[in-house]
Design a protein around this ligand. Structure first.
Ligand code: 3H9
Length: 644
């Protein structure tokens, strides 16, 4: 019996099995069973010489069905057991060709490797991204992949989780042939050339030198600090070279199950679905059509303006940039040039692509040259009056329908909208520094911002490869609003006796990329001071540090002593802090790391609850996504509001 999602049909002497389980042909219950049934029908049919398995729609199989995982964790579903089914495909007595397009990821690639041969459209991406969900491949990937591509490349794919292109996959031996044009026709023609099955499990493994394995282990420790899955993936892939195939599968299954039932997978799966949830906006009607953004323009050529320009250029959108100071504009254009030269030098971009991108950024003498832009972003200094002036001018220059956005990190969007005659087109687009690296984009919705403008911003974010979260228009929006009390909690720990580096270390050991005091140094202690003043908050020891001329990383002295990007403990800071606390009569005590974490993250969560109550964030998960993608919060902890 055919399952609804899998059907098969003869093309003369080749049976074509088609998977049709939208949107991404995930291996939902019944799908793999359907494929096996199709393959076995082909084997049983005397007139069939080979079987081709292909995905309908935009992709081959994008993985196991992630929606099933929470049910397994909750004990509502038994553990997935795909191996016996994959074994039936691998044991088929006639050649099975897997025809790949779109993405063959996770369980999708594992299914492809259980087939005997693989052909692919050249745009296909192949990978084992399970570590990004806190898992390892759980359907033979750790054992079949090293048999096809060798241990070292299998480690690269399974430990870091990044995909490879079909072209690389051919070079590595993971794909047998690329198909130009009609994939199905190419796969069927390829199938007709085959004489016999070739089981992946029977291939011999190319071992990896010990030093190469050690380098990958070190890189995983550094780049994926705190995560259990990457190092587990490493051990299990290496085991393929030691155990026989079935022992290797059993080892993989044990580790997969323990990770799936552990806290990190739960947190990372929450983040995966959260990233897809945040784009669902109840106030944007389904039929809303985003406006087209063909050309962008930026006012302000400082750090943020330049970084934002790169985002557009990298995404293929031409962008103009201007600055009231011609020297600043010149410096920004030089910086852009150096940025792309550096990328070519370090082999991050081919020279032609870098030139194309750099060519998309052009300087403009004045804002008056922005009449053709579909979006103008203001990125001038955080001064409400200056910004209002810029908005009034943007309003005069912009063509009808142009989006007018501010990159402000705290200020009132409605006040800026009020400086224009088109408040429906005004919104906040809060990029995070460095803008071309950080994935978060806070989209700030003013009282009159139209749903169409918000929909346009969300679509734009997708093109820029950002994760966009909509925030209400209140001081600091979601991220910075919560960050302030979190930092204050850290400062209070110091005032009460904890050393600054001990506080940061506790937070970093918990998993955040950088402790809150070091972050203050990066932003500039004078900035923190200005924000506290603006918000009417009491003075802290940080103000005292600032008064001694410690401005942060920019002048080499803040909470730390700085040399470039390297920070070290500074005994001078300890003196200032102790003297200040004594003067204030604050009793000194010791703190455990746990107490520091509880206090700081407790303050973060408490503010998060207020942000939710006030409707500044739509859902708790929106806050989690803001923190994971904008503030270095570890995805494997799920975000500040995640209650694992
Ligand atoms: C695995 O395979 C474990 C195995 O080793 C062993 C098991 C024993 N399942 O991202 P999009 C949904 S672990 C269920 O917006 P795009 C997604 O939620 C898995 N649903 O599209 C969304 O739904 P909605 C390894 C899935 O074109 C819709 O599809 N695989 C799955 O930007 C569209 O998604 C992965 O980790 C899934 N596997 O990107 C791949 N994947 O519309 C995860 C997607 O209701 N997926 N959905 O919000 C991706 O990386 C991207 O979705 C993909 C498409 C690149 C495929």
């Amino acid at each position: 019996m055919m399952s609804n999602a899998v059907t098969w049909k003869r093309d003369l002497d080749v049976l074509v099995v088609t998977i049709d389980n939208p949107p991404v042909n995930a291996l939902s219950p019944g799908v793999l069973e359907g494929i096996v049934e199709g393959v076995e029908a082909g084997v049983a049919d005397e007139e069939v010489r080979a079987v081709v398995v292909i995905g309908a729609g935009k992709t081959f199989i994008a993985g196991a069905d992630i929606r099933e995982f929470p049910k397994i964790m909750a004990g509502e579903r038994p553990m997935l057991s795909l191996n016996p089914l994959l074994e039936r495909i691998e044991n088929a007595a006639k050649p099975v060709v897997m025809a790949l397009h779109g993405t063959a990821l996770g369980g999708g690639l594992e299914t492809a490797m259980a087939g005997h041969y693989r052909v692919a459209a050249s745009s296909t991406q192949l990978g084992q991204p399970e570590v990004k969900l806190g898992l390892i491949p759980g359907a033979g990937g750790t054992q079949r992949l090293p048999r096809l591509v060798g241990v070292e490349r299998a480690l690269e794919l399974c430990v870091f989780g990044n995909p490879v292109t079909a072209k690389e996959a051919v070079d590595w031996g993971l794909v047998d042939a690329l198909v130009d044009g009609d994939l199905l026709a190419g796969a069927v023609a390829y199938a007709r050339t085959l004489q016999a099955p070739r089981r992946t499990r029977d291939l011999t493994i190319e071992s990896a030198p010990e030093e190469a394995i050690e380098m990958i282990r070190e890189e995983a420790r550094r780049r994926m600090r705190g995560q259990a899955a990457p190092l587990s993936a490493l051990e299990v892939v290496c085991a393929a070279d030691i155990f026989d195939f079935d022992e290797g599968l059993a080892f993989e299954a044990r580790i997969f199950e323990s990770l799936l039932k552990g806290p990190q997978a739960k947190a990372m799966i929450h983040v995966f679905f959260g990233e897809r949830e945040v784009v669902k906006l109840p106030f944007v009607p389904k039929e809303t059509r985003p406006r087209e953004i063909r050309r962008a323009a930026i006012v302000g050529a400082g750090t943020m303006g330049r970084g934002i320009a790169l985002c557009f250029a990298n995404a293929g959108v031409p962008v103009q940039i201007t600055d009231a100071a011609p020297a600043a504009l010149g410096a920004a254009l030089d910086w852009v040039k150096h940025h792309y030269e550096h990328a070519v030098k370090h082999k991050r971009l081919p020279a032609e692509e870098a030139a194309r991108r750099a060519g998309r950024i052009t300087g403009a003498r004045a804002l008056t040259e922005f009449g053709e832009a579909d979006l103008i972003i203001e990125a001038v200094s955080e001064d409400p009056e200056v910004k209002r002036g810029v908005f009034a001018e943007m309003d005069r220059v912009a063509r009808p329908g142009c989006l007018l956005a501010s990159n402000t990190s705290t200020l009132d969007i409605d006040a800026l909208a009020g400086a224009t005659g088109r408040p429906g087109d005004v919104l906040g687009l809060h990029f995070f520094s460095p803008a071309s690296v950080m994935r978060l984009l806070e989209v700030v919705r003013g009282a009159e911002t139209s749903p169409e403008v918000i929909a346009t911003a969300m679509e734009l974010a997708r093109r820029l490869r950002k994760v966009a979260v909509v925030a209400g228009n209140k001081f600091g929006f979601i991220g910075n609003r919560m960050f302030a009390p979190y930092r204050e909690a850290a400062i209070r720990c110091v005032q009460e006796g904890a050393l600054p580096w001990v506080v940061d270390q506790a937070i970093e050991n918990y998993g955040l990329a950088m402790g809150p005091l070091a972050v203050g140094d990066l932003a500039g202690l004078d900035i923190g001071r200005a924000i506290r003043k603006e918000a009417g908050m009491p003075e802290t020891v940080e103000d005292a540090l600032c008064e001694t001329g410690r401005l942060g990383q920019k002048n080499g002295r803040g909470w730390y002593h700085w040399e470039g990007n390297r920070r070290s403990a500074d005994p001078g800071v300890e003196q200032v802090v102790r003297a200040w606390s004594e003067k204030q009569g604050i009793a000194q005590r010791t703190f455990t790391a746990r107490e520091i974490v509880d206090r700081c993250l407790g303050a973060l969560r408490a503010e998060g609850r207020k942000v939710l109550e006030e409707g500044v964030a739509l859902r708790a998960v929106d806050i989690d996504i803001v923190y994971v993608h904008g503030y270095g919060y570890p995805a494997w902890r799920g975000g500040p509001m995640f209650d694992g």
